[in-house]
Design a protein around this ligand. Structure first.
Ligand SMILES: *Cc1c(COP(=O)(O)O)cnc(C)c1O
Length: 389
């Protein structure tokens, strides 16, 4: 099947699938063997070599979804991110990083890089110039994440790709929040696309996995490190992820639609003081988002008016669950200050614009009216509590 000739949802449902020659079953069989007879000296199948039948099948699908030549799947998003970074950075090298990146990635850099003699700089201003001024003669990688967590700010992907090409630097993007449904950074000039497949690719809050997509050449360079680090995914989970991705397109499009409706609705509620969603015209990066995204995603953040306690509000929600993770078909909410960004200093949170009352909302596929009703009843109860104090 030529991925260039078939549409997104057809790639999701079919590309890469293993034909069940023996029983003609409808879905790919699972091959759990960790030991395979040598077919010839070149192919030694072994799960940690990322080349079991199910791994290879799923990698074809994920590569096609991101319009790359090849991909590798990992035991977690962080396994994918750390392996890719260590494949392109060694002692004495330097990396330029977007400041607002996933907490786990920031921890990896802040806690591990110095030990390995790798230098890093976070950009102060998320613009072409902001990145350019941090580039040094030993800069090997520029790393971005857009939309970012939790304020959904947008980085101009093409501008960063162009800048990096001018300086012969490798670019990496964490494309988890957008998913391949809404954004294909390779088409915009990025070299390496990273995913926490735990999020939208999995989509049902029951899989931990990661993925890297790029050219054959870059994927081979990452593979050489990956087989040493050993972060491969069990074939059971590989099979579950293949199944999950069949509905990726329809799930994320439903989430886009719900999030857009809810963002507009929240923006008009008088108890809400701010809404952050790249699909809103009022979002400072809306124009860039429109240029590079096919949909604006299922993530949004908002703040309640001062005096309304965000954690009380969270406790009053009945349908929308408080949860650390995101991107499932079910709606979830969290306070970045108390969870994902708790390790940052108050000063750093302030610098990133993360207020204590901010709530990050991962919009699911429920009926939007039910989500609105849940928010309204929780606001009402929070107001009563505020009056009692
Ligand atoms: C969750 C997440 C990760 C890390 O993925 P894990 O699967 O938890 O290791 C990386 N980046 C983003 C944007 C995420 O949301």
């Amino acid at each position: 099947m030529n991925s260039k000739k078939i549409g997104f949802n057809t790639i999701c449902t079919h590309l890469g699938e293993i034909n069940d020659e023996q029983f003609k079953g409808a879905v790919s069989p699972i091959y759990l063997s960790t030991s395979y007879a040598f077919e010839d000296v070149d192919i030694k199948r072994y799960p940690r070599y990322f080349n079991t039948p199910n791994q290879e099948a799923l990698c074809k699908k994920i590569a096609a979804l991101e319009k790359g030549e090849a991909s590798l799947i990992f035991g977690s998003g962080m396994a994918a991110i750390s392996t890719a970074l260590f494949a392109f950075l060694q002692k004495g090298d330097h990396i330029v990083l977007q400041r607002e990146i996933y907490g786990g990635t920031a921890n990896l850099i802040n806690e591990e890089f110095e030990k390995h003699g790798i230098q890093f700089s976070y950009v102060d201003s998320n613009t072409f110039e902001g990145y350019e001024e941090k580039i040094k003669s030993n800069t090997k990688v520029i790393y971005i994440e857009t939309p970012s967590n939790p304020l959904l700010s947008i980085t101009d992907i093409k501008a960063i790709g162009d800048l990096a090409k001018k300086h012969d630097i490798i670019t990496m993007i964490d494309n988890t929040f957008a998913s391949p449904v809404n954004q294909n950074p390779i088409e915009l000039g990025i070299d390496i696309v990273l995913h926490s497949a735990t999020k939208y690719l999995g989509g049902h809050s029951d899989i931990l996995a990661g993925a890297v997509v790029s050219t054959e050449k870059h994927i081979d360079q990452i593979f050489q490190v990956a087989k040493n680090f050993g972060g491969s995914l069990s074939d059971f989970t590989v099979w579950m992820l293949e199944r999950s991705i069949k509905t990726l397109g329809i799930r994320v499009k439903a989430q886009n639609k719900n999030a857009m409706k809810l963002a507009k609705w929240l923006d008009k509620l008088e108890d809400v003081s701010a809404v952050y969603y790249p699909g809103l015209k009022s979002h400072p990066d809306h124009e860039i988002a429109k240029k590079q995204m096919k949909g604006f995603g299922g993530m949004l953040s908002f703040e309640l008016n001062e005096g309304l306690d965000a954690s009380k509000f969270q406790k009053e929600l009945k349908l929308i669950k408080s949860s650390m993770s995101l991107a499932g078909v079910e709606s979830t909410i969290l306070s970045p200050t108390l969870t994902s960004h708790a390790l940052l200093s108050e000063e750093e949170r302030e610098r990133q614009g993360i207020r204590d009352g901010l709530l990050r909302f991962s919009v699911g596929i429920e009926e939007k009216e039910d989500l609105m009703q849940d928010i309204l009843q929780a606001i009402k109860k929070t107001k009563v509590l505020a009056l009692e104090h």
